[in-house]
Design a protein around this ligand. Structure first.
Ligand code: NAD
Length: 416
């Protein structure tokens, strides 16, 4: 099928390469010319395992082409996917202006009968409005990929959600995704829009529950890892998204939880549970920062702090709303001398060491902020030898406290 994808970010790039890989003829449009040049040359602008190989293969067999022109991309398309950013607006709502801008831009040139499908996470009513603006049939097909395993998630999704007003639109998408073996949930437009927020709100709440339980464990002297194992074996509860840490972050959970509160409030429902999740998450960040300050002796001014990890989670180079960055920001504001190392992410304005060991040189405190597995395998004796102080704040519970103490270092984890 001839398909256009507008927006070559995490979602659009994976969608375009994935659809090309399963046999469709895809044109990917992106307004950032540098990004287009990189993708056209076979260089992935994001770190995502498996993506470079698929990108090269789909460019080589010409199933994927890339352009800076949205208008050129939709010529002859049967389906147009919108994979545009929906950042947080001033009052917590999702800002859908990029979606409407592109809908207005494309309206005069969209082929007759072409289906316009939103992949972006959008509030209730957005798809209907896209339909009004484009004068074309619309469908909602929210994205559930996880950064770090996005290619696998495209090929083997837990489910495909399709929201549409008319069955014939659904059939087109079912046909498109035929090579992919996954349950397909067909629903109305509004329910599809809500499903995406409901999923992210729930996952954020699970992470927050684990964080709050860790804080209870710290208060009463329990080990949160055993507590979460003890409840996770209960099949009603399980283990995923139940790892305590410095608070959730990333490009989706923070903005989507706020947008969920806002869309509920706009419809007359006060979502106090979700407000609690957001507030508890902010407290978790503050708590992690306070642990670093305590580890530095009560004041970080002038202290050298090594930070391992900048990405919002392991497996990605994405630093959007990363808890690591939020804590580094507070440390810098408090006068700390921060040196960071992340295997994939670099951030302008934050001093970066060439490797994890170089980051700890002369550090009074080491903060582990992202759960990259290589940090778990570090040589603790070498860390102790290279630090000037002896405190490790392990905001991801990556290290074994006994081994840390055996190396002559002090250990502060989360809920243990
Ligand atoms: N990143 C994720 O893990 C993820 C997962 C599920 C859903 N989502 C949702 O998908 C949407 C996109 O997320 P993302 O992470 O891919 O965003 P992103 O910021 O990485 O990518 C968006 C891309 O669209 C481009 N763009 C913006 N305006 C444009 C225009 N007028 N014409 C052409 N291109 C334009 C940007 O330059 C950018 O490359 C958001 O609604 C997000 O909430 C993201």
């Amino acid at each position: 099928m001839r398909v256009a994808v507008i927006g070559a970010g995490y979602v659009g790039l994976i969608q375009a390469v994935g659809l090309a890989h399963i046999g469709h003829d895809v044109v990917l449009a992106e307004r950032d010319a540098e990004r287009v040049a990189a993708i056209s040359a076979g260089r992935s602008p994001i770190y995502e395992p498996g993506l470079p190989e698929l990108l090269s293969a789909t460019l080589a067999d010409k199933s994927l082409t890339v352009t800076t022109s949205n208008i050129d991309a939709v010529a002859g398309a049967e389906i147009v996917f919108l994979a545009l950013p929906t950042p947080q607006g001033n009052e917590g709502e999702a800002d859908v202006s990029a979606i409407f801008l592109v809908a207005d831009e494309l309206a005069p040139v969209l082929p007759e009968g072409c289906l316009v499908v939103t992949k972006s996470t959008v509030p209730v009513g957005t798809n209907l409005e896209v339909g009004v603006r484009t004068g074309r049939p619309v469908a909602s097909n929210p994205e559930f990929l996880r950064e770090g395993s996005a290619v696998t998630d495209f090929m083997k999704p837990d489910r495909i959600v399709i929201g549409a007003q008319d069955r014939s639109y659904v059939d087109k998408l079912v046909e498109l995704y035929r090579p992919i073996d996954a349950p397909i949930l067909v629903t109305d437009l509004v329910s599809a829009e809500v499903i995406k927020y409901a999923a992210n709100g729930y996952l954020a709440a699970r992470v927050t529950y684990a964080n709050a339980m860790a804080n209870v464990c710290e208060a009463v002297g329990a080990d949160v890892r055993d507590v979460l194992l003890g409840i996770g074996y209960d099949h009603r509860i399980g283990f995923s998204f139940m790892r305590p840490g410095p608070g959730f972050g990333g490009s989706c959970f923070p903005k989507d939880t706020r947008a969920l509160v806002k869309l509920a409030a706009d419809a007359g429902y006060e979502f106090s549970l979700m407000r609690g999740v957001i507030a508890t998450n902010e407290e978790q960040l503050a708590r992690t920062f306070a642990k670093v300050v305590a580890a530095a002796g009560g004041d970080v001014r002038g202290s050298r702090v090594a930070v391992w990890g900048l990405a919002f989670k392991a497996g990605t180079d994405d630093v959007r709303e990363s808890p690591a960055l939020a804590i580094v920001g507070r440390l810098l504001d408090a006068g700390a001398d921060v040196v960071a190392f992340d295997p994939q992410a670099t951030v302008p304005g934050i001093s970066a060491a060439p490797d994890a060991m170089a980051a700890v040189d002369g550090a009074e405190v080491l903060l582990i902020a992202t759960e990259w597995p290589q940090f778990q395998r570090c040589d603790l004796q070498a860390v102790a030898a290279r630090m000037s102080g002896s405190a490790i704040v392990d905001a991801r519970n990556l290290l074994d406290p006994t081994a840390v103490k055996a190396a002559g270092l002090t250990y502060t984890g989360v809920g243990r």
